[in-house]
Design a protein around this ligand. Sequence first.
Ligand SMILES: C[S@@+](CC[C@H](N)C(=O)[O-])C[C@H]1O[C@@H](n2cnc3c(N)ncnc32)[C@H](O)[C@@H]1O
Length: 289
Amino acid sequence: MLENKDLNTNKKELECFKAELSDADFLAFSEFIYSEFGIKMPPIKRIMLQGRLLKRIRELNMLSYKEYKEYFFSPEGQKKEIFNFLNVITTNKTDFFREPIHFDFLRDQILPQYIKNNEALKVWSAGCSSGEEPYTISIVLNEFKAENPTFRFSILGSDISNRVLSNAAKGVYAENKVGLMPMSLKKKYFLKSKDRANPSVRVKPELQSFLSLKYVNLMDGQYDVNETFDVIFCRNVLIYFDRATQEKVISKLCNYLKPGGYFFIGHSESLSGMNVPLKHIKPTIFIKE
Ligand SMILES: C[S@@+](CC[C@H](N)C(=O)[O-])C[C@H]1O[C@@H](n2cnc3c(N)ncnc32)[C@H](O)[C@@H]1O
């Protein structure tokens, strides 16, 4: 039998469940998300946002969206809650060897140029999510290094969600995430956990040693990145931005790309009609002019 205290808690939870994000509160969050992070949040995404914020409301033992909104926009909330907020509002879907023609192009067209000039190759995975993309790049570059021992490289992975960045740093993935990868690569670059109930794999330290990770909001005026890159992957990130924001972000990223450097976008993204210093060489693959 439930005690009075439990009944009250249940009632409160039920009230919270029933509560909806009001038009005004949705507008306040969506305008903030767009202006600070560039992410479009049209009315069609309201139910999605409502569901994602509910997670935080429960964790904070709050009773309504209104209470959460007041806390979030308070000076304390803006300091303490912003990273938790980002962790729930971002969409982080990713995979190892996602859109594989990019990795074929990297291996077959880009890398051969770099054994000749003897400089370390620098790659930036912007919007790297939980690390599958930069680790895939690391696998491709390590494979190339095995054939060309003098080849050197480094990879930067960045994102705005600390949750995914911390997952990337751990490098632990459910075993089915590497299910389609050739067995030879799995054996070479991953360690299998002994936990049969939760089969997982861990990226081997040698693959991790080439990767550094950092928080970068692509909407910021300037990025806290003090190097230029030979290759930038910015895939399936721009899709959440509107056209004007995409153009601004790509122009900024181009400041961090060396002349002749390569730029990859996702297959459902396009740069057509944008005034950016990139020349199209293949669908979704560009070179800096
Ligand atoms: C769908 S994932 C794509 C991951 C990977 N690039 C891929 O293609 O598989 C998009 C990532 O972009 C990040 N993101 C969204 N807005 C961003 C911003 N303003 N600055 C930096 N990263 C952002 C999200 O946190 C998310 O992890």
